[in-house]
Design a protein around this ligand. Structure first.
Ligand SMILES: CC(C)(COP(=O)(O)OP(=O)(O)OC[C@H]1O[C@@H](n2cnc3c(N)ncnc32)[C@H](O)[C@@H]1OP(=O)(O)O)[C@@H](O)C(=O)NCCC(=O)NCCS
Length: 244
């Protein structure tokens, strides 16, 4: 594990990843991830072959280290038609140039965490995707137990759209993954299954509110507690569905 100590007042700046970052990039990946990446992947990152990337450095580190990576994000452009989330996008299917940005890896060395570095790196990816008129979304997979990353994506308004059983196979064990999407340039499908459920629930809630307010208005003596009971029951289901 890279044993860096963050200075009291780090001065973080962001820049493209370049060939001189190769060794540090390999090291941080092997420190942070349980998956081993081929050397070809790192060469593609540092040379920008089919991969876009951003690095974070701390300008306040001692000379010689002030340009060393302490965080990174790597991503690839994928054609919407060839992606696994095609059914979750709104776009003109007759156009073959519609694209997505898929985040491959994201990491920040331990001593620099919770400074907002990953947030800024992801913002760069979103900015990049939004600047491509043919891009419809930024998306990624995250292993189901990675709470800090899940918290981060939720905080940044990514939508969790799927749980994929046994998506990862690591050291002889299967792990589920969540698929998170951040729509850009109007790429959001109006009819995803999750949205249909949300619409249905909103409709039911409105209906229930209307009925209960009418009953309430009638001023029956025993109506009060009953109303609360039913509402609580319904809300329990909403909470269960993570919809409120
Ligand atoms: C996930 C990771 C990239 C986050 O980097 P970071 O620079 O610390 O992220 P940020 O500072 O931008 O934001 C971190 C947020 O997560 C929260 N957080 C940190 N650990 C957490 C945990 N165990 N559970 C819930 N939230 C957590 C922080 O409080 C912060 O949220 P806040 O701004 O609401 O307070 C970093 O932890 C990491 O490199 N992990 C190992 C590699 C990895 O898992 N990559 C993601 C693969 S999908």
């Amino acid at each position: 594990m890279m044993n860096l100590r963050a200075p009291r007042h780090p001065s973080i700046s962001y820049r493209p990843i370049q060939p001189t970052d190769l060794d540090v990039l390999v090291k941080i990946h092997s420190d942070l991830f349980p998956i081993r990446y081929e050397i070809e992947f790192f060469h593609n990152v540092v040379h920008g072959h089919d991969i876009v990337s951003w690095g974070a450095v701390d300008r306040n580190r001692p000379n010689g280290e002030s340009d060393e990576l302490i965080g990174f994000v790597t991503a690839r452009i994928i054609m919407a038609k060839e992606s696994e989330i095609e059914d979750m996008l709104r776009y003109d299917k007759s156009r073959s140039d519609q694209a997505l940005v898929y985040i491959l890896t994201l990491g920040v060395v331990e001593s620099y965490r919770n400074f907002g570095i990953a947030t800024s790196l992801i913002r760069e990816v979103i900015k990049y995707g939004s600047s491509m008129p043919n891009c419809r979304a930024v998306y990624l997979h995250v292993i189901s137990y990675n709470n800090s990353a899940i918290h981060l994506y939720q905080k940044m308004s990514f939508l969790c759209v799927r749980r994929l059983n046994s998506f990862y196979f690591i050291n002889g064990q299967h792990y589920d993954a969540y698929l998170f999407i951040y729509y850009v340039n109007g790429g959001r499908s109006p009819c995803s299954p999750l949205e249909l459920v949300t619409l249905l629930v909103t409709y039911m809630r409105r209906g229930l509110k209307l009925v209960s307010s009418r009953v309430w208005k009638k001023g029956e003596k025993n109506v009060g507690p009953k109303r609360v009971k039913y509402r609580d029951k319904v809300l329990f289901h909403f909470h269960h569905l993570n919809l409120v």
